[in-house]
Design a protein around this ligand. Structure first.
Ligand code: NAD
Length: 288
């Protein structure tokens, strides 16, 4: 039987619809949510993402302030730019594209971005919320991880009591996705490059989240009937063609439901980000 295709666009639309009353309530108080996007260098992927974000934000009456710095920027200058955005009352959320160039210690963002403006779950404040559950009302979970569970929640896939397997243990995607699944009472296995018998572990999953950044890693051998597969991977080949971590054709013929790439989790991630900006604006202006 052909799998159900879990497309991101309808999920994103519902998120946008739910956001409108909050945006209107802020507008009634003359507050327009504002996201600052800070890009270092000219990574085409970052530029394309920023372009898409600008379009979505504009449709939702959310302002975006773009700051572009050269790849050679010093850590001191970058930190000063972030400090200025932290101090700006008109900016409610800050997104810094990662990875940063190798001469910059990416770890400094964990304390460098103000917790209340950390709409992409980078800071210690946000990570405490995800990993220790003590960040209520401060910070936000990483948008990619939250997008995975938004797709599950909004497509009616129950996580409770299900076996979830996550491939990838980055702080951006795999680890926080595992925590959000755990918070939904899944029994979670977190896999990585050193996991033996990866295919066999994945076959046992009810919910499989692939966040390895490895095109075609998840072949039919990793899959079994009844599974829901969330493909986080965004891999661009030499011809500019985008694919996920999952062999989509194989998945579509084996599992119960699968997200496409493009058009799956990535579409939801930017909507989650904008939702965080609106929530941050409401918190910072006393409306939440
Ligand atoms: P990363 O390189 O930081 O982490 C990848 C993780 O996958 C590592 O923990 C590594 O151990 C694991 N891994 C890699 N190859 C593996 C293999 N062959 N077997 C088992 N484990 C393996 O990457 P990331 O930042 O977490 O991103 C992962 C993917 O998600 C990338 O394709 C990235 O482009 C994509 N991504 C998508 C979105 C979205 O919105 N859909 C957002 C961010 C990142």
């Amino acid at each position: 039987m052909a799998a159900r295709i879990l497309r991101g666009a309808p999920v994103a639309e519902v998120i946008h619809r739910e956001l409108m009353p909050d945006i209107e309530a802020l507008a009634a108080r003359s507050i327009r949510p504002c996201l600052a996007v800070l890009r270092v260098g000219e990574n085409p992927g970052d530029i394309a993402y920023e372009r898409g974000l600008l379009k979505k934000a504009s449709a939702l009456h959310i302002d975006v302030k773009s700051v572009a710095l050269p790849a050679s920027v010093s850590q001191e200058t970058l930190a000063a730019e972030i400090d200025a955005l932290n101090a700006s009352a008109g900016v409610h959320g800050i997104l810094v594209f990662r990875p940063l160039p190798p001469h910059i210690d990416g770890g400094f963002l964990r304390a460098g971005i103000a917790g209340e403006k950390d709409i992409d779950g980078v800071t210690n404040v946000s990570l405490a919320g995800v990993f220790a559950g003590d960040g209520a009302g401060r910070g936000f979970p990483p948008c990619t991880a939250r997008a995975c569970v938004e797709v599950l929640d909004r497509c009616g896939v129950s996580c409770e009591g299900r076996r979830a397997v996550v491939i990838g243990r980055s702080l951006v995607a795999g680890k926080p996705a595992a925590m959000l699944l755990l918070a939904r009472n899944s029994t979670v296995t977190l896999c990585h490059r050193k996991t033996p018998n990866l295919a066999a572990v994945c076959r046992e999953a009810d919910i499989l989240v692939a966040a390895a950044g490895c095109p075609g890693l998840v072949t039919g051998d990793f899959l079994s009937a009844g599974q829901t597969v969330i493909d986080v991977g965004i891999n661009v080949n030499a011809c500019g063609v985008i694919s996920g971590d999952v062999d989509f054709e194989a998945a579509a013929s084996i599992v119960n439901a699968v997200t496409p790439v493009p058009g799956g989790v990535g579409t939801v991630t930017s909507s989650v980000l904008l939702r965080h900006v609106v929530e941050a604006a409401a918190r910072q202006t006393g409306a939440a």
